[in-house]
Write a protein that binds this ligand. Structure first.
Ligand code: HAM
Length: 419
């Protein structure tokens, strides 16, 4: 029979790597808890309309990259391409943002799906650690999110990070900027790539971060977003920069940073990491003060970020940073004969109850081959029982790293292993 491969652009997380995922996820949970963000889990697919209204009809993500299909009831559903829209839907639906002044701070971990051309660091299923904070319009909330994100990277041991920030301003500023940009680019229309000629009417801001060299040449000299900011938006962005500086965070203002979602207003940011090549954005976020209302909720400001776990792990690998690996301390039980095996079943039960990871060979292989398996499994200890030990009610404890071994009474095994 022919083998079945995973769908293109989808990765398995195999046992040898799963500890890294668990470590990163644990660090994400710990930092979130310290910053007082609680976990939220939303469905992996939603009604397609959510992403059309939330992320934006004209964005590449919705326009070209969603996995959309009809369910058996004939409803159009979409695998989530990102986390924000679903979280916003959930906090509205559950009434969490109903009350005036409600403040909600949530984090999430989970997969997202984008039908992109797979490349190094770009997959069709990727995982994000993200946070969303609702109810606070002040710049303090933007900066709290950024600090949380940077603290997460610090705890993971990531180096060579660059934080870039920009502001599109409020709805009016954004519209003004859009008009300015269209006026600037229309005379250069013929120079633009085919995609960007279309964007000129649908989503002109995206032309700014196009990877196409013709587009890049055309946008050179374009007026920066900062010039279109209203006084309020200008003050907001100034305060973001002031607070970041006061917290000792290094950053740069990048006037061309726009990011791929329609929902952003005011502050935007992106973090890149060295060692990643072309797909070097490990996380990005921004403010979205109109999104809750746009999705049917009471007007509520929001801000958050999403950070790719695959890219984080790739960056750590290429930077040769080792994540803290939890000690495994696997205990392997070795039995010489069926009576010893029966006794070891009992011992294994006790050890597992006492919190030790243990295992043994299920068959009746020789002691030598049982030791071989223990070695292969990287056991820390082998506990051997044979007839002599059974008769004396003892067990031979061997520490595999040092080769040291001692015979101890069976009822003292747990104490010995705890040492
Ligand atoms: P995003 O920039 O599209 O933002 O994604 C966040 C991060 O997810 C990226 O910086 C990248 O590390 C990772 N990522 C995205 N697409 C892929 C992919 N195809 N393969 C591997 N990694 C990928 C958002 O998704 C927004 N929802 C972030 C946000 C939350 N803004 C406000 N709140």
């Amino acid at each position: 029979m022919s083998k079945i491969a995973a769908p293109r652009g989808m990765l398995d997380i195999l046992p040898a790597e799963s500890w890294k995922w668990q470590t990163v996820e644990r660090l994400a949970r710990e930092v979130s808890a310290l910053y007082h963000f609680a976990e939220i889990r939303t469905p992996i697919f939603e009604h397609s309309e959510l992403f059309h209204r939330g992320v934006g009809e004209t964005t590449d993500i919705v326009h070209k990259e969603t996995y959309t299909f009809e369910d058996r009831g004939g409803r159009s559903v979409t695998l989530r391409p990102e986390g924000t829209a679903g979280v916003v839907r959930a906090v509205i639906e559950s009434g969490l943002v109903n009350d005036v002044g409600a403040r909600v701070k949530v984090f999430y971990l989970g997969p997202n799906f984008r039908y992109e051309r797979p490349a190094a660091g770009r997959y069709r299923q990727h995982h994000q650690f993200g946070v969303e904070a609702f109810g606070v319009a002040e710049a303090d909330q933007d900066v709290e999110c950024i600090l949380l994100q940077m603290e997460f990277y610090r705890r993971c041991g990531l180096r060579d990070l660059a934080l870039r920030v920009n502001s599109l301003g409020d709805r009016e500023s954004k519209q003004r900027y859009r008009d300015t940009l269209v006026a600037f680019l229309t005379p250069k229309q013929a120079q633009l790539s085919e995609d960007s000629q279309r964007r000129l009417t649908t989503n002109p801001l995206r032309i700014l971060d196009s990877k196409d060299t013709n587009d890049q040449a055309a946008v050179r000299g374009a007026p920066p977003a900062a010039e279109s900011l209203s006084d309020n938006s200008h003050r907001h962005f100034e305060r973001v920069q002031h607070l970041l500086g006061a917290a000792g965070v290094t950053f740069r203002v990048n006037p061309n940073l726009v990011r791929g979602f329609d929902y952003y207003t005011e502050t935007l940011w992106e973090v890149t990491a060295g060692g990643l090549g072309a797909q070097n954005a490990i996380g990005g976020g921004g403010r979205y003060d109109n999104l809750v209302e746009q999705l049917g909720g009471r007007p509520t400001p929001g801000v958050g970020f999403g950070s790719g776990i695959e890219r984080l792990l790739l960056a750590l690998e290429s930077q040769k940073v080792d994540l803290p690996r939890p000690p495994e301390n696997l205990v392997w039980l070795v039995s010489h004969g069926p009576a010893a095996k029966a006794a070891n079943w009992q011992l294994m039960l006790q050890l597992r109850r006492a919190g030790f990871t243990c295992d043994m060979d299920p068959g009746d292989r020789s002691v030598k081959s049982q030791f071989k398996v223990a070695d292969r499994e990287k056991a820390a200890f082998c506990l051997t029982t044979g007839e002599t030990e059974l008769a004396a009610n003892t067990v031979v404890v061997k520490e595999l790293a040092t080769g040291q071994q001692e015979t101890i009474p069976r009822d003292q095994v747990i104490d010995r292993l705890r040492r």
